[in-house]
Design a protein around this ligand. Sequence first.
Ligand code: KG4
Ligand code: ZN
Length: 350
Amino acid sequence: MLVLALESSCDETAAALVDGAVVYSETVRSQLDLHHIYGGVVPEIAGRAHLEAVEAIVGQVFADAGASLADVGGLAVTQGPGLVGALLVALSFAKGLSISARLPLTGVNHVQAHALAPFLREGENMKDSGSTPSGPELGFPLVALVVSGGHTNLFLVESPLRFQTLGRTLDDAAGEAFDKSAKLMGLGYPGGRVIEEMARQGDPDGYKLARPLWGKGLDFSFSGLKTQVMTVYRQENMDDEPADSQKLKDLAASFQAAVADVLVHKLEMAVSRHRVKSVVVAGGVAANGALREATLRRFAGLAVGLPKLSWCADNAAMIGYLGGLQLARNANILDLAAEAKPRWPIESLK
Ligand code: KG4
Ligand code: ZN
């Protein structure tokens, strides 16, 4: 069944046409240009930009797939978590479409959808394929780490709809730590990709940074690491350094290594506690090359699921895949009264 999926939880407006795990077309319109001068996402600007984009991107995915609304069997939309004013745009649009086209609409949890992104496949018509994810061999149960700008969660996934939270961040998300550290180091926003680029020429042992909560349960903490970055930056007077200074590169590499070490270590702890067939790392930070390599190296004996880079970031394809599974089970079907859920712990999903 062809599903039209919509996503507007943060700063990307996205639509996709998906059948099962196969993606026939997708569009992601990023608002990065609007937010980057503020050093973060401004909720009011995000909501307005989603509103301006949503109709056009839906038209775009139909045009790209050579399909029409008559081909669609159901609708899926991100219901949460996220910024309420942003979530409401796709949710309201989807509700209107559901009523006018008489199509069932299901509400999808954005974080849960990230975790299933390694299962996505490109349809024949999508020729721009990047590296092929190792989806088909992935089996359940699996341990999934979702690391993004807003979330750092470790899940035991028994089946696509059965998630159990094993650990979460107690303060900053991993992506937030990348963004805040980059800002402290004068590298701009968003920070993940810039830090990764700087780190390529840096020494990961250049500065001794902590591995927070190492060996202490499955929760994470990243705010102390960001403070350490600030301390080193000041002690070493990096303010006076040129943008391509070796000191900055070493600090970026040391920070990235600390985050990747902790993430892979906690994944390893989770895998040792539960008998799983596969390991998944997803979300924006899963685009990080050092983290991807470390994960593949550490779990060489298991099936490892890493989404292709564009499916690490926010997208509607992942919403369509999980949405299709939910529609098939009549799960979380929304009516006009359904509300956006800015906070939505996965445990509450049935
Ligand atoms: O999943 P996403 O697009 O949006 C959220 O749901 O948050 O993730 C965005 C986050 C940002 O914090 C960004 O800095 C981080 O993912 N990120 C990276 C990389 N690319 C994006 N972090 C580390 N290395 C990267 N290459
Ligand atoms: Zn996300």
